[in-house]
Design a binder for this molecule. Structure first.
Ligand code: GLN
Length: 488
């Protein structure tokens, strides 16, 4: 029997499984036990029966399959056949999909074992992990439940941060995989837009949505991408580009790489510990022969990131969620007309925050406002992408702190008009605007709370991105960290 499974990476768990030091059933039982004892409010539905059944059927170890018998968690905005899927919204209470999302199918084909559907901000719209219908998901680093996990992939991040599973599926529309990863000191990876099929992922804003990967090491993230990437005829937006053997390039030479730091984004961060630790990490990359340069982006353009994101994402969200009407989806609430039925279902089914986003999105799409809001935001997005692409013509990567702080205290207010908020807290959305592969990984601690840096590369250059991230991880010695129970 192995010692503490939470300490182990996917490769190490895989070795233990194929060497029969532990069986998939034993490992699944351990993970289920941890999940049940976890009190961070991260679970929508514990797949106990399903997981035990699946694990018991795995008797022939598969040496070349890293995911054989590995327990995983699934964000509750991925369709799972026969298993309740709510998007953490009351409007989908009781909904049991009749099909699996493509990524779920792929993981099942590899005999990974989903043990839980986990929480999110309602319908993935949020960044705090407080807005799902079950309430706040807590950060495992604070046993007094005073710190945010961050969202929207809060349950996925909490499960990986607590060590319950080595991998969880997330989604990322603005930063929802990479931001909670930073608050948990884990790896959060958003591949290139279209790299992974989104069939069965509830759409939020499809021009930005990406399947996300949460792990505790860069190598584990590369294993996950190898399973998930590739064209899927059920998702017409998925790419036909060939899938690399990402895990085989992690040790490639990085000395010819060029890394850009966007000065104005770095300057918008005030936390000295984060800045200092980040610069130490930069220095270590330079010591490895990587060339690092400071580049510039117009400050006004950067302060437009959040409003631009908000207009585009809310506009797409309101149209993509029009099917949640109490007839096609969602609990039926009686009324005299279709409009009344729909209004009742949506009034009861959605929280205040979601309604606000839909109202805002619909307002931006109204004929008389479209020009000044929606189309203007689209033009500005193009402008941001062009500026980003200019940087990526000269440099292979953009490297920055992932967030301006460690996991905030619950209820802590930030000044929404400060650069700290508008730029430092929202710059990860550049990766979604431009469709870039982008990965957050831990680089240090403030007190006992970890924080991440983020590195983004050119579209479809995931191999290179994971390669350099692997070396950043070597320099920090923070591979595999998880929240032990001592907490604050
Ligand atoms: N925090 C952002 C929002 O509230 C991003 C959400 C996401 O990536 N799903 O919209």
């Amino acid at each position: 029997m192995i010692k503490n499974y939470k300490e182990l990476s996917i490769r190490e768990l895989h070795n233990a499984l194929v060497n029969k030091e532990i069986t998939p059933l034993e490992l699944t039982k351990l993970a289920l036990e941890e999940a049940k004892n976890d009190n961070n409010n991260a679970i929508e539905y514990l797949m106990e029966k399903e997981a035990l059944e699946m694990a018991a059927s795995l008797t022939e170890p598969e040496k070349d399959n890293m995911f054989w018998g590995i327990p995983i968690a699934i964000k509750d905005n991925f369709s799972t056949k026969g298993v309740p899927t709510t998007g953490s919204s009351n409007i989908l209470n009781g909904y049991v999909p009749v099909y699996d999302a493509q990524v779920v199918t792929l993981l099942k084909q590899k005999h990974a074992i989903p043990i839980a559907k986990v929480t999110l901000d309602e319908l993935a719209m949020g960044g705090t992990g407080t807005s799902g219908h079950l309430g706040t998901t807590y950060n495992p680093y604070c046993k007094h439940k005073k710190r945010l996990m961050g969202g929207s992939s809060c349950g996925s991040a909490a499960f990986v941060t607590a060590g319950i599973v080595p991998f969880a599926l997330g989604s990322d529309t603005g930063d929802s995989t990479r931001k909670p990863a930073s608050y948990g000191g884990i790896v959060g990876f958003k591949p290139t837009w279209s790299r992974i099929s989104r069939y069965g992922l509830f759409p939020f804003a499809p021009s930005l949505d990406t399947v996300g990967i949460l792990t505790r090491s860069v190598e584990d993230a590369s294993f996950a991408l190898e399973v998930l990437a590739g064209h899927d005829e059920k998702d017409a937006t998925s790419s036909f580009k060939e899938v690399d053997k990402y895990s085989e390039h992690l040790e490639d030479d990085i000395k010819d790489y060029k890394v850009a730091i966007i000065q104005e984004i770095f300057d918008s961060i005030t936390n000295e510990t984060i800045k200092k630790t980040f610069l130490e990490s930069v220095k270590k990359l330079e010591d490895r022969g990587v060339k690092v340069g400071y580049v510039h982006m117009d400050n006004e353009l950067l302060t437009s990131l959040f409003p631009t994101y908000f207009v585009i994402s809310c506009a797409e969200a309101t149209s993509n969620n029009a099917n949640l009407d109490g007839i096609k989806f969602g609990p039926y609430h009686d009324g005299k007309t279709y409009q009344e039925v729909m209004a009742n279902a949506r009034t009861i089914g959605f929280s205040e925050l979601i309604k606000r986003r839909f109202v805002f999105g619909s307002f931006a799409l109204m004929k008389e406002n479209q020009h000044d809001l929606f189309l203007r935001a689209q033009r500005n997005r193009r402008h941001i992408v062009e500026e980003t692409n200019k940087i990526l013509e000269q440099y292979d990567f953009i490297y920055l702190p992932a967030a301006p702080s460690v996991a905030p205290k619950i209820g802590e207010k930030s000044d929404r008009l400060s650069n700290e908020y508008l730029i430092a807290d929202n710059h990860l959305v550049i990766g979604n605007f431009a469709g870039l592969p982008s990965i957050s990984l831990p680089i240090g601690y403030e007190g006992h709370l970890p924080f991440d840096a983020n590195i983004s590369g050119r579209p479809f250059e995931e191999s290179k991105l994971l390669n350099i991230a692997n070396f950043i991880e070597k320099d920090t010695h923070l591979k595999g960290i998880y929240a032990k129970k001592e907490g604050e």
